[in-house]
Design a protein. Sequence first.
Length: 77
Amino acid sequence: MSHTPNELTEEFPEHAALIHKLRAENTHFAKLCGKHHTLNREIHRGETDIEPMDDMHLEELKKARLALLDEIAGHLK
């Protein structure tokens, strides 16, 4: 369990410049990044008990984040 939200540039440090470029040029990619950011914050709040949630819901959020990361990774290739 991490107490610090993971940003996309931490997940894909070798693609930081490309992430920035795609956010600016590709609206679909920008929406994916926004969804990832929102999910990341929600997971962080659940893990730190700022916003208590049951384990099942937290796992569902983590799976959704992984699916988004897979889609984002596809754009970075």
